[in-house]
Design a protein around this ligand. Structure first.
Ligand code: HEM
Length: 421
């Protein structure tokens, strides 16, 4: 009899223990699903939508009737912000400017606080300011004749491909051009020119496409929650491919390989008299600051900064254009209006340029509407509260590197109607 009683007592204790875990939440934490063993609320999130986590978050926020969702991703308390006012606060209040420190993401930054996207403390501010300031000198975010000419050449190249004047088997399938692959050279080469002063010529597009595939492997292998491999790191040893670990590691190291080669080549041909591109400017700053003990500048940091700019430049912009094509196919009347505006204002004998922009309001409105509608980054970079704080009356605790705030942009537009006219 005694063993049966013991077993029953054990089961009851276990159930009580699991129940107490489910109920564990910081005081005055935003409403949200319970914390289950091992993966916390992540189980329930996956149940809501296994493929698109932002939709899962959206459904949970609806279920708990809240604009700020509080939940546990594994053992990490997380807050998902769901409306304009709170998103603004997360983006602007200094105590929310920490970044989530997930081991899987640290593997991408040499296990250090590097880069821009995932860096915090002084590093983020310093490197963000420096990069934006100096990339501008080579055309980033402003008008720059040389870069505009390069853009035109790349677009002409793409048109040649579409018009059958040259071939690229990686872009066509059964006579159909594949997006976003079609757009990769245009965007990659524009940013690669700013960073390294070079472009991949047509006969090297294979290498360029290899690079973009690696970027895609990286982007697809990770989500804002860090995915299951963060909650249970051991699964990377059991099923490395299935949990995204292989793609994350290989994608990152293949991208870094390219960037490292470019930096090495720049160091070999560097001349202080002649700054050719962003890498040169960065190397110069490194040598200026090398005597300072607390410099943010290092070669590893340069690699990660380049990666932080290159990946979105390739993925985000080309995805937006692909969505634009899809919308144009679905709204032929809009396509006709855009073409009419182009024909009237630019004509068919030349490519449009930035000088034409002010005369093409309908084309511009269309692109802006696409960006609004598709919400291409539905869940942004995870932020971390660097101190105990409050948001809309709820407590947001500082839990070393774990409390993080994500932003759920698409819900801002959940009542949207068809707006292409
Ligand atoms: C329409 C296109 C784009 C959208 C919707 C978009 C969206 C975002 C969002 C939501 C963030 C997170 C901001 C935060 O949480 O603080 C971000 C960060 C970032 N994006 Fe983009 N992005 C776009 C295009 C680009 C492009 C083309 C580049 C590079 C050439 C780029 C580079 C970056 C970088 C470096 C960061 C990190 C900035 C930081 O942490 O301060 N993005 N982007």
């Amino acid at each position: 009899m005694a063993p049966v009683i013991l077993l029953l007592a054990f089961c009851c204790t276990l159930l009580l223990y699991l129940y107490s875990i489910c109920k564990q939440r910081p005081a005055n934490f935003p409403p949200g699903p319970p914390r289950l063993p091992v993966w916390g609320s992540y189980w329930l999130l996956l149940l809501k939508n296994f493929k698109f986590l932002h939709i899962g978050f959206h459904k949970l926020a609806q279920k708990y009737n809240t604009k700020i969702l509080g939940l546990y991703l594994g053992s990490f308390p997380a807050v998902v912000v769901n409306d304009y006012k709170n998103i603004r606060e997360v983006l602007t209040r200094p105590e929310f400017q920490g970044r989530v420190k997930l081991f899987i993401l640290n593997l991408r930054t040499y296990n250090k606080n590097l880069g821009i996207t995932l860096a915090d403390d002084g590093m983020w501010e310093n490197q963000r300011r420096f990069s934006l300031r100096h990339m501008r000198d080579f055309g980033f975010g402003r008008r720059f004749a040389e870069l505009e000419d390069i853009g035109k050449e790349e677009i002409q190249d793409m048109l040649d491909l579409l018009n059958g004047r040259r071939e690229d088997k990686e872009v066509f399938s059964d006579g159909l051009a594949l997006a976003p692959g079609l757009f990769y050279p245009v965007f990659f080469n524009a940013l690669w020119f700013i960073i390294s002063g070079h472009r991949f010529p047509i006969n090297e597009h294979q290498n360029l496409r290899y690079f973009t595939r690696q970027a895609l492997r990286f982007v697809r292998s990770i989500d804002v929650t860090g995915s299951a491999v963060v909650q249970t790191p051991w699964i990377r040893h059991v099923m490395p491919y299935y949990c995204g670990f292989t793609d994350l590691m290989e994608g990152t190291s293949n991208i870094l390989k390219y960037i490292k080669e470019a930096v090495t080549e720049h160091k070999a041909t560097y001349s202080e008299e002649h700054m050719r591109d962003f890498i040169d400017v960065y190397l110069k700053e490194m040598s200026t600051q090398k005597t300072q003990e607390a410099s943010f500048f290092s070669e590893e940091q340069l690699h990660v900064v380049c990666m932080d700019f290159l990946i979105p430049a390739i993925i985000v912009t080309t995805s937006i254009l692909s969505f634009s094509i899809a919308f144009l196919l679905n709204y032929p009347a809009v396509q006709t209006k855009m073409q009419q505006e182009l024909d009237t204002e630019v004509g068919r004998d030349r490519l449009p340029s930035l000088d034409d922009r002010a005369r093409l309001p309908y084309n511009e409105a269309f692109l802006r509407e696409v960006m609004r509608k598709v919400s291409i980054v539905p869940m942004a970079v995870g932020h971390r509260a660097t101190e105990d704080t409050q948001l809309s009356g709820y407590n947001i605790p500082k839990v070393s590197s774990c409390t993080y705030i994500s932003k759920f942009w698409s819900s801002l537009y959940r009542n949207q109607r068809r707006t292409f006219q």
